[in-house]
Every structure is written in C-alpha cells, then in structure tokens.
Design a binder for this molecule. Structure first.
Ligand code: ASP
Length: 319
C-alpha cells in the first residue's frame, strides 16, 4: 500500500519562465521561478499543501538538457519511488526535450509508481498561463489509484514515454502520441484512461543508474538526417572525431540517400553502431529482408539516440 506523499521535482522550463509583459508568450526567459513557488501559485493545490513536497533538481531551459541533469533526476526519482510514503512523482520540465527525459527515465527506472512529467508552453507570467492547469492535472494523475509508468501530462492529455512527442513550437496543445493516441484525458480533475498504464520495467531497466554514474563519460552518439542532396561528409567527419554511434533520421521506411548509405557502411565497418529511425513524424520503420542496418524498433531519432547511448554504456560497463 503506497503512501500519500507526492514529490514534485523542479527542473526549469517555460512553466517556470517569466516575461516582462504579460501578453508576451514567446519573448520570455525560461527557468526563473522555483518549483515551490510554482506550486504555491496554483489555487487548486492549497488543500494538498501537506501532501506535496518539492525539490529543485535543476533550473534550466530544457533545450540545454544534458546527461548530468538526467542522472541527478533518475537518482532522485529512484530514491522516491522506493520510499513507501511516496505515492507518485511529478517533474516540472521544459517542453523542448521533455520526450527525451521521459524516455531516459522510462529506460532507467522501475516506475511501479507514476512519474509524471509536466510543462507549459506559456511562461508563468502570461495572461493565461497553461502551467497551473497542467500541474493540477499532473497531480490528479499522480494520485489516481493504480497509476504507474513514466508519463507526460499537458493540455488535458496523458501520454506514455514511448510515444510522446512535441509537434508544435508555439501552441498550448503541443504534444501528441501520433497514431497511437494519448493514454487518457484529464477531465475536471478526473482521469479517463483509454489505454493501459505502461508496464513498469520491474528490474529489467536497460541499464542500472549506478552504471551510468560510474561511467567516465556518456558515449558519443549523433543523429544524421537523410535528405535530398545528402552526402557522406558529415558521417566521415564524425567517424574521424571518434563518434561511437549514429542514428539516421531516414526517409520513409528507413531508406537513405545512396551517398549517405555508403558513408554509413564505412562507419559501420570501422566499428560505429548505426541505427535507422525515420524522419516521418508518425509510424515506425518496418524491418525487411536485406536491411543493411538495424532499425530503432519504433523509436524516434532522439529516443533511438538515448537507447543507443545506454546500450553502449552497458556494453562498456560489461567489459
Ligand atoms: N525552451 C523551453 C524549454 O524547453 C520551452 C518550453 O518549456 O516550452 O525549457
């Protein structure tokens, strides 16, 4: 039986952003307001003041997210998940790399309790900020009986870490789970689930958090894109610069320009791990006979990059 405490971990983002003018939704500075202050500003959360416990893990614009913050976040989440008095975790995060952090945490945590990332497209000082409602909705999800997994809550929708993706640079409704659809909707504080909760990894994390902590550095994995007129020059330069893995944002069902393919074959021969994803925003690469490189098993390019980094870290830790 889990406890009642909800831990809110702050990392920054537009939800904690401020702007000089209330009507300015884009000319703001992200990551200015502390997470405790954000919670205090949500009228609907007053009654839960005794239940909500905040911790500032970072204060950054999530475009600048890095492995150090991910590791700190994963450690705090793992600590709180195993605390019997904790019912769930909420993470306030920028929208830009929210899907990457969600995927990283999904790969490293045994999230048998809900780990809910939330965010905002408008700064906290906006005329109509979206952050307070998103926070309220995130709390509603974290307190829902049976909730589990790494989730994202924004604009009244709940998404799973695997499919969530930011698809709009400006609108309040900026996230989608593509053709799979959201896991559910938060309606006036009540969750209407339309799919099952994502399964907790239950000891099958892609890598133990401490293995990441003990590694000298994160493996160098870059994303290259196939496009009209692509050449292999970027790949050749990256190989000279000791890249360890390459994710290709391919055209369509995992195809790529022949010049890029030739360079990637040279890279693969030199020991670089190459994985194909697709630059199409929906669907996934379907494998077929004769493929020269493995596919990302449904992961978008940015998530495939994280998976490959974790696999490379695991492989180097095993040596
Ligand atoms: N650049 C901001 C961030 O990702 C954007 C946002 O949060 O909406 O931190």
């Amino acid at each position: 039986m889990s406890g009642q405490k909800i831990v809110v971990l702050g990392t920054g983002g537009t939800i904690a952003g401020t702007s000089e003018q209330a009507e300015d939704n884009i000319g703001y500075t992200a990551a200015q307001v502390g997470v405790a202050q954000l919670l205090e500003a949500v009228p609907g959360l007053e009654a839960l003041a005794m239940v909500l416990h905040s911790e500032q893990v970072a204060q950054i614009d999530s475009k600048d997210m890095d492995g150090e913050v991910w590791l700190a976040l994963a450690r705090r989440c793992a600590h709180h998940i195993e605390d019997p008095v904790v019912r769930g975790i909420i993470i306030t995060h920028g929208t830009d790399t929210l899907e990457e952090t969600a995927w990283f945490l999904h790969q490293t945590l045994n999230a048998h309790k809900p780990v809910v990332l939330t965010c905002a497209m408008r700064p906290s000082t906006a005329l109509t900020p979206d952050g307070p409602q998103n926070l309220l909705d995130a709390v509603a999800v974290a307190m829902t009986s049976g909730a589990s997994g790494v989730l994202a809550v924004a604009a009244g929708e709940v998404h799973g870490a695997l499919h969530v993706q930011k698809v709009h640079p400006y609108r309040v409704h900026a996230f989608t789970s593509g053709d799979v659809g959201p896991l559910g909707f938060v309606e006036e504080g009540t969750l209407r689930l339309t799919q099952n909760w994502p399964l907790a990894l239950d000891g099958k994390a892609r890598i133990a958090i401490e293995k990441i902590a003990n590694a000298d550095a994160w493996p160098r994995v870059e994303i290259v894109i196939s496009h009209a007129g692509a050449t292999g020059a970027v790949v050749d330069a990256l190989v000279r610069d000791d890249v360890q893995g390459l994710v290709v944002a391919c055209t369509g069902n995992g195809t790529m320009h022949h010049a890029l393919e030739a360079a990637l074959l040279r890279a693969q021969d030199a020991g670089v791990k190459v994985v194909r994803s697709t630059r199409c925003p929906e669907g996934q690469v379907l494998p077929k006979r004769g493929d020269l490189f493995p596919d990302s098993r449904g992961l978008s390019p940015v998530k495939a990059r994280i998976a490959l980094m974790l696999d490379l870290l695991n492989a180097s830790a095993r040596k």
